[in-house]
Design a protein around this ligand. Structure first.
Ligand code: ARG
Length: 738
C-alpha cells in the first residue's frame, strides 16, 4: 500500500506542476507546443489522433456553425456524435433557428421538439456546418507583399488582395471555403480550408424551461442548472458532398464522431475543449481597457438596457410577441450582462493596473536599445492618443447609430439613397433605387416586428439620446419640432410619427412608392430624425475611423514588440494568439473555486438545485412537471452518479470565450463528457486577462443531456444512435507480492 501511495504522490506532484488552463491553441501546433503537457495531465491520445490532415482525427468531429454558405466566422461550435451526422450544440446556439421554425401553433421553443425518425427532422435553412479540412501557415506569402514604403492603408489593401488570391486558389472551384485570418494583430497569417454543409436539420430540442432554465438571471453565473443543448443533423448528397436541402439528401457519414462517456467527472480530471472561440483581447493595452470600461461599455449598456426593458414589457404581456423577440432579446441580454460584468470585473480584478506594470517593463526594455526605440517607441503613446480620441468621439457614433435604426427612423434609412439621388437631381439613380425598394416585401419585413415594441423603442431611444447629450449637442429636431410643436413631449411626438409618417406601416410605404417624392420625405418626421442622426454620424465618422485605424496600426507594432520582449525576457513562455473564430484547443481540468473570501463553489451541481430554484409560472425559473417528478423520484437510470444524484453542470479551468458555445468538453480518451456553454461572473474580465484562480468554464454534463433525451423526452431512437461508453469500475487494488 505504502509503495503505491508514494508513487501516487509523485504523479500528483508532477501533475501539479503542469499549468495549462490559459491558452487557446492552434491544433496544428499541438505536438510542438502542448502535447507533453497534455499527456502529463491525462491525455491518452496521440498527436495524430488529435489533429491530422492525412487520417481522420478528433478535429474532424468539430464543426463551426455559421449562418451563411461561405462563413468567415462562426457563431457557435457543434460536435458530431454519431456515424449518421448527428450534431450536438448548445440550446442557446440553436435558439435562433428554433425560433424561426416555431409559430404560435408549433412553439418549439416553449414545448420542445423531438423527431422520431429522419422524415420528421426539420430543415434549418439559416444554419450551416463547416468542417476544417486543413490549416496552413501563409504568413510568408501574405507579408511578402508588404514593402517598407507602404503606409498602413496601402499595406492593408495589398494584404487583402493577396488574401483573395490565395483563397481563390485553394477553393478548388468552389469545392472548399478557404478563409485566411491575421494572428497576433497582423503579425502572422493562417489559412483555414473548410468544407461547408448547408443542409442542417433540427432533430431535438428540450423546452426552453430546461434549455434556458435560469434565463438571464442565472446567465454568466455559477451555480447553473441549465440543460443548454440542442440536436441537429448534417445532411449530404449521396456521395457525401455538401448540397443544399433536397429530399434526396442523406445523413452525412462523418470522418470521425465523438464517443460519449458515462464515467462523469472528478476534481482535477483532465479536460480538453475544441471549438471556435470568437474574439479575445489578451494583448490589449491598458489604454484600450480604460476606454472600454469608461466609455464604450457604458454607452452600449445604456442603449441595450433600455431596448431590453421595452421588449420585456411587451414580451411578458403577450406570448406571440414573446416568441417574435425571443432571439433578439436573448442575444442583447447576453451582451448587455456581459458588458456590465466586464466593467465590474476588469476593475475588481485590476486588469488595467496589471497591464500598466507589463507596459512599464516593456517600455524599459524598449528604451534600452536604439533600434527597438525606433521601431516600438511610439506605439504605446500613439495608442494612448488614439483611445483618448475615441473616448471623446464614441458617443457621437453609437447613440446616433442606434436612434437612426429605431422603429420608423430605421425604415426611413432605407429610403435615404432615393432622397440623395433626388437631391442631386440624378434621375437614373433615383429610378434604380426605387426599383430596388419596390423589390422589398414590406409586409414581410414588418411581420418580423411588433408595432407596439417598435413604437416604444423609438420614443425611448429619443429620450435616451436627450439624456446623454448637452442641449447644444442635440440635433435640431429636438428644439425645432419636439419642443416647439410637442412641448418637449417625446411620447406625443412618437405617437404623431406613428400616425403620420410614410415609414410607419407597410401600407403607407406602398402608397409612397406608388407616388414617390422628395417633398414628402422633407416633411416626414421619421425621415427627419434619421437624416439628422446620419448627419451627426457623417461629421464624426472620419475622425472615428482614423482613431480606429491608429489603434490597429499601433496594436500591430506593440504586439510585434511584445513578442520580442517575451522571447528575450521569458524564453520558456509560449504565446497563443487571440481568439478570432478559428479552431482552437484548450486544455485544463475539472476544478472548484472560491468566488469570495470564505465562499467555496463546488465543481458540480445536481438536479436538486432545479427543485430549489423552481418558481411555478416564472419567466425564467419555471420547469416542466415531468422533469420535476423525475427529480423528486430520483428516477435517473444509468445517468445517476455513484451517490444516486444527477449531475447537471460542472466546472473546468479551460480557457474559452463566446463562439466556443456548444463545444465538446472531452476526457483524456477524447470521449464527450459535456458541452461547454458559459463563463463565470467573477472572471468576466477573462477575455482581456485570464484569471487562473477564478476563471472557469461552465459545462452541461453529458449525463444530464442523455437523461433529458432518454428519460424525459423518451427519444430512445437518438440514444440508440450514440456511441455510449462506460469504463468498468476500477476495483481498489491491494498490493500483492509476487
Ligand atoms: N452566456 C452564454 C454565452 O455567451 C449564452 C447564454 C444564453 N442565455 C441567455 N439567457 N441569454 O455563451
Amino acid at each position: 500500500m505504502k509503495k503505491l501511495l508514494v508513487f501516487a504522490l509523485a504523479v500528483l506532484a508532477m501533475v501539479g506542476r503542469v499549468r495549462a488552463d490559459e491558452g487557446m491553441w492552434l491544433p496544428m501546433f499541438v505536438e510542438r507546443l502542448n502535447y507533453v503537457d497534455m499527456q502529463k495531465m491525462g491525455l491518452q491520445l496521440t498527436p495524430e489522433e488529435l489533429y491530422s490532415i492525412n487520417h481522420s482525427s478528433l478535429k474532424d468531429a468539430i464543426v463551426g456553425l455559421g449562418s451563411t454558405p461561405r462563413p468567415t466566422g462562426f457563431f457557435c461550435t457543434g460536435e458530431i456524435v454519431s456515424e449518421h451526422g448527428l450534431l450536438f450544440t448548445n440550446h442557446h446556439c440553436g435558439y435562433g433557428a428554433v425560433q424561426k421554425l416555431s409559430s404560435m401553433e408549433h412553439d418549439y421553443l416553449h414545448d420542445g421538439f423531438w423527431a422520431k425518425d429522419y422524415s420528421e427532422e426539420i430543415p434549418a435553412p439559416e444554419m450551416t456546418a463547416s468542417f476544417l479540412i486543413r490549416m496552413e501557415d501563409v504568413t510568408k506569402d501574405i507579408l511578402g507583399v508588404v514593402t517598407d514604403d507602404m503606409d498602413w492603408e496601402a499595406r492593408n489593401v495589398a494584404i487583402a488582395a493577396k488574401i483573395k488570391e490565395l483563397q481563390n486558389a485553394a477553393s478548388e472551384d468552389g469545392k472548399y471555403n478557404p478563409v485566411i485570418k491575421g494572428f497576433f494583430e497582423g503579425n502572422e497569417y493562417y489559412m483555414f480550408v473548410y468544407q461547408v454543409y448547408t443542409d442542417v436539420r433540427l432533430v431535438g430540442v428540450a423546452n426552453e424551461s430546461i434549455g434556458k432554465f435560469g434565463g438571464d438571471t442565472d446567465n454568466w453565473m455559477w451555480p447553473r442548472h441549465t440543460g443548454d443543448f440542442s440536436i441537429f443533423r448534417v445532411y449530404a448528397d449521396k456521395d457525401g458532398n455538401p448540397a443544399d436541402y433536397s429530399a434526396d439528401n442523406v445523413p452525412l457519414t462523418p470522418k470521425h464522431h465523438l464517443p460519449i462517456s458515462l464515467d462523469g467527472v472528478k476534481q482535477d480530471d483532465f479536460t480538453m475543449i475544441w471549438g471556435f472561440p470568437g474574439s479575445t483581447e489578451r494583448y490589449m493595452s491598458s489604454y484600450g481597457i480604460d476606454y472600454n470600461v469608461e466609455t464604450f461599455y457604458p454607452i452600449i449598456i445604456d442603449i441595450f438596457g433600455k431596448q431590453l426593458e421595452v421588449m420585456e414589457e411587451f414580451q411578458k404581456a403577450d406570448p406571440a410577441i414573446n416568441l417574435m423577440y425571443a432571439d433578439s432579446h436573448a442575444s442583447l441580454a447576453n451582451t448587455w450582462k456581459n458588458f456590465i460584468g466586464q466593467c465590474q470585473m476588469l476593475r475588481k480584478n485590476k486588469v488595467s493596473e496589471a497591464k500598466v506594470r507589463l507596459e512599464n517593463n516593456y517600455k524599459k526594455w524598449v528604451s534600452e536599445d536604439a533600434n527597438r526605440k525606433a521601431e516600438y517607441g511610439e506605439a504605446l503613446p500613439n495608442l494612448m492618443k488614439a483611445y483618448e480620441e475615441l473616448g471623446h468621439i464614441s458617443k457621437f457614433i453609437y447613440y446616433p447609430n442606434f436612434v437612426a435604426q429605431a422603429g420608423p427612423a430605421g425604415v426611413a434609412m432605407a429610403f435615404m439613397p432615393y432622397y440623395n439621388a433626388m437631391e442631386k437631381k440624378d434621375k437614373d439613380m433615383a429610378e434604380m433605387v426605387l426599383a430596388q425598394l419596390n423589390e422589398i416585401d414590406f409586409n414581410e419585413m414588418f411581420a418580423e416586428t411588433d408595432p407596439q415594441v417598435e413604437h416604444k423603442t423609438f420614443a425611448e431611444m429619443l429620450k435616451l439620446y436627450r439624456n446623454a447629450f448637452n442641449e447644444d449637442e442635440l440635433p435640431e429636431f429636438y428644439s425645432k419640432v419636439i419642443d416647439k410643436k410637442f412641448k418637449g413631449d417625446i411620447d406625443a411626438f412618437a405617437d404623431y410619427v406613428y400616425e403620420n409618417s410614410v415609414f410607419a406601416t407597410p401600407e403607407s410605404i406602398k402608397a409612397f412608392l406608388a407616388k414617390p417624392s422628395k417633398k414628402k420625405m422633407d416633411k416626414d418626421y421619421a425621415f427627419m430624425v434619421a437624416s439628422q442622426m446620419v448627419s451627426i454620424l457623417k461629421e464624426n465618422r472620419q475622425a472615428y475611423a482614423e482613431a480606429q485605424t491608429a489603434v490597429q496600426e499601433n496594436d500591430h507594432i506593440f504586439v510585434k514588440g511584445l513578442r520580442e520582449y517575451y522571447a528575450a525576457t521569458q524564453p520558456g513562455k509560449s504565446l497563443y494568439p487571440d481568439a478570432n473564430s478559428t479552431m482552437r484547443m484548450s486544455y485544463g481540468s475539472v476544478k472548484d473555486y472560491m468566488p469570495a473570501d470564505a465562499v467555496h463553489y463546488d465543481y458540480v451541481c445536481t438536479a436538486n438545485g432545479i427543485l430549489e430554484k423552481y418558481i411555478p409560472g416564472d419567466y425564467e425559473f419555471d420547469a416542466p412537471k415531468r422533469l420535476l417528478e423525475l427529480i423528486e423520484r430520483k428516477d435517473y437510470g444509468v445517468y445517476a452518479d455513484e451517490n444516486g444524484e444527477l449531475i447537471v453542470c460542472f466546472l473546468s479551468t479551460n480557457d474559452i470565450t463566446g463562439g466556443n458555445s456548444g463545444s465538446p468538453i472531452m476526457n483524456g480518451k477524447g470521449e464527450l463528457i459535456g458541452l461547454a456553454f458559459d463563463g463565470n461572473w467573477e472572471a468576466m474580465s477573462g477575455d482581456v486577462n485570464f484569471e487562473p484562480k477564478l476563471q472557469r468554464t461552465i459545462n452541461v454534463d453529458i449525463r444530464y443531456v442523455l437523461f433529458i433525451i432518454d428519460k424525459y423526452a423518451g427519444a430512445t431512437n437518438l440514444i440508440n444512435e450514440l456511441d455510449i461508453r462506460k469504463s468498468e469500475p476500477q476495483p481498489l487494488r491491494e498490493e500483492t507480492e509476487n
